[in-house]
Design a protein around this ligand. Sequence first.
Ligand code: GAL
Length: 383
Amino acid sequence: MTHAVALILVTLVTICTASTNAQTIRSGELWPDSDGIHINAHGGGILFHEGTYYWFGEHKSADTSRALVGIRVYTSTDLTSWTNAGVALAVSDDPMSEIVSGCVIERPKVLYNQANDTFVMWFHLEIKGHGYNAARSGVAVSDSPTGPFTYLGSVRPNPARFPITISDDLRERAFKAPRAPETPTPGQTKPQISDRLFIRDIYGGHMARDMTLFLDDDGTAYHVFASEDNFTLHIAELDDTFTRHTGRYERVLIGGHREAPALFKREGRYHLITSGCTGWAPNAAEHHVADSIWGPWTSTGNPCTGDDADLTFRSQSTFVLPVQGKRDAFVFMGDRWTPETPIDGRYVWLPIAFDDAGTPTIEYLEEWNPGDHWADISPGGAP
Ligand code: GAL
């Protein structure tokens, strides 16, 4: 073989290799992991720890959304190629366990607690055979980000605690509720219905369904969940172990009927993206912004633009990921659910752009790469 032919061959091989290795995010497609199997991490969230992204999500099966395996974890350094790191929290065989196979485990999120060097996972838990009525939050811990996580138990958050903001009227009604429970009244508005549900649950603990976790710059962790039958979100502070609520919480978007919360912080302001409540079917997202995590939260409307914007590009929010090493880089993460064959659910990940007022916009991109999309943080630049 002449040198010229060899050079052409090497060049061809390089071009082919480069194109097959070109890693991009293609929403709605199959996303093979390191074993060539579509990633099974639905309703997920991502933890960045010591140079690696850890993607935790619900393992779903071919014919059921119930938890038959547990919570999976995948690892990546570039957000496009993912290594299967196994099951982070396994369901139990013990019929007496709350996390027995066949229960519902949804929307797991994990934080790293620097103070005690542990990884803390929270998730929405429903007791096997009881539909979505339990509305509990499960918590598990591990010494390693890939697990195995040890299940600690579940709670209905903040029993017998009043939120930071409560009217005198609602407080009075809550005190009376154990002796004189309130009954539904025809024609009640959504905020009125929500107040009644809040009173109903105040001593037993509040309902907690769709959820996320958020770690603030000062090291305080928060649990954000759809409560009061999904009519109102609660933002609740966690203690310094991240495994318990402190009792400090706020009711936000009262009667707003929002779920699938994703909370992030940019330039000192808090941003919240939520979905409406239409089960597995997609609907329009909404964005809220606040100067304090406790609110007041102001809506800026639907952040999505373009075709299918009113359906969040046929997805539902689950998390917003700050990309490391990039300037002003946040990824919207959504699930495109396929309830007939849950294992086939797809992921919709898109870059978030911000206008001059700091309001986010999400536009659909067929194919993109977080490594190319944003500028690197310059030396000494703020993340
Ligand atoms: C959705 C929720 C999902 C799942 C589903 C069950 O509204 O966001 O996480 O709970 O309902 O129908």
